[in-house]
Write a protein that binds this ligand. Structure first.
Ligand SMILES: *Cc1c(COP(=O)(O)O)cnc(C)c1O
Length: 370
């Protein structure tokens, strides 16, 4: 079985995807074609924001969000070390400083109680990650940001479509930044991403930065990037949106079924807060320690079950970012990196395959008991 099943999805959407791609080939506007605006309107409606700006990738979305906020060298951005490298890499690319604070051990999302102590005179923004598809504690984070005059950028690369109270991921703060990397909950067939905001001036800034800082053609009023999402990829996402709400329901149901079945096994399940859902970009559980994880992963592989580790090392322990290790300890991030394992997950995961995964995990755990 695949770790993420994109073939069944393509089979279900084949005529729409192919027709959408054919239409782009026929009109030939490969850059900033009509599908770009069409997708931006559809995504803004889905996330519940006034503005959506598609960009070249989730990484580019984070970068452009911070450029639009005029993040400068030496500015500090408070974030989590238990995430994909892009979260911190974009901060460092701008000469700013990632200030890592620890996660909650049960959700693996940034702990808002750790944020306030990390705020200093150079703090410019807070960058929580809605990890695995569960929105971080955005109301608490927004309240802290408001008290200190900070911007909040939600790294929503894994959480597009996730609900938080009566709202959706990406529409919860100054900026929401998502990714359409093929394996994300809403993916394209290459690289793509999007930014979301209710602030018209920030949206305009991002639109200009996306095309080399042009306010009009060949009038460069700011430093920008080549950050557009191409028309073909927008066409693919438009086709995928036809099935996306069904897929979200499937993801929630499959995630709930995993959680229920795994209650019988000696693993720690991720906590999902009652006021939000998790769209399970990754279906991740916590094992006892790294040694048990190595044994379990090998056993699952031998039984034909692919797994992955998101993420094996927190960013403050990555060779290139050790200079940003804070003076305080990050025990929960370090423990999670030793203990997490992700199981096969996608909207098209069958109950039979899911049963096989759970049974294989049970056997693996029994074999790895000591
Ligand atoms: C995937 C991901 C990104 C980067 O998205 P790309 O589209 O691959 O550039 C950033 N942050 C997190 C948490 C991600 O999972």
């Amino acid at each position: 079985m695949p770790f993420i099943d994109l073939q069944t999805q393509y089979a279900a959407l084949k005529s729409s995807v192919n027709a959408r791609i054919q239409r782009v080939l026929d009109h030939g506007q490969y850059i900033m074609g009509p599908e770009v605006k069409e997708l931006e309107a559809a995504l803004a409606a889905h996330a519940g924001t006034a503005h959506c700006i598609t960009v070249a990738s989730g990484t580019e979305a984070l970068l452009i969000a911070m450029m639009a906020l005029d993040v400068k060298p030496g500015d500090e951005i408070i974030t989590t070390p238990f995430t994909f490298a892009a979260t911190a890499e974009t901060i460092v690319l701008l000469g700013a400083v990632p200030v890592f604070v620890d996660i909650e051990p049960d959700t693996c999302n940034i702990d808002p109680r750790a944020i306030e102590a990390a705020i200093g005179p150079r703090t410019r923004a807070i960058l929580p990650v809605s990890l695995y598809g569960q929105v971080a504690d955005m109301d608490e984070i927004n309240a802290i940001a408001a008290r200190h005059g900070l911007a909040v950028i939600e790294d929503a690369a894994q959480s597009f479509g996730a609900r938080y109270k009566d709202r959706r991921s990406c529409g919860l703060s100054t900026w929401g930044a998502t990714s359409f990397f093929p394996s994300k909950p809403l993916g394209c067939y290459g690289d793509g991403g999007a930014l979301f905001t209710n602030d018209a001036a920030l949206a305009q800034a991002a639109r200009e930065i996306r095309v080399h800082g042009q306010s009009q053609r060949y009038t460069h009023t700011r430093v920008g990037v080549g950050g557009r999402m191409d028309t073909l990829q927008c066409a693919v996402v438009l086709a995928k949106l036809e099935r996306f709400d069904w897929e979200l329901e499937q993801r929630l149901a499959i995630g709930a079924r995993y959680q229920q079945r795994l209650a019988e096994l000696p693993v720690q399940r991720l906590a999902v807060r009652p006021d939000r859902d998790c769209v399970w970009a990754q279906f991740t559980v916590l094992l006892r320690d790294a040694a048990q994880r190595t044994a379990v992963q090998a056993s699952l592989q031998a039984q034909g079950i692919p797994t992955a580790i998101h993420y094996p090392r927190p960013l403050h322990q990555q060779p290139v970012y050790t200079a940003y290790a804070p003076t305080w300890a990050l025990p929960h991030s370090e423990a999670a990196a030793q203990r997490v394992i992700s199981l096969p997950m996608s909207a098209d995961l069958s109950a039979a395959d899911q049963d096989r995964v759970v049974a294989a995990l049970g056997e693996a755990l029994a074999g790895a008991r000591d």
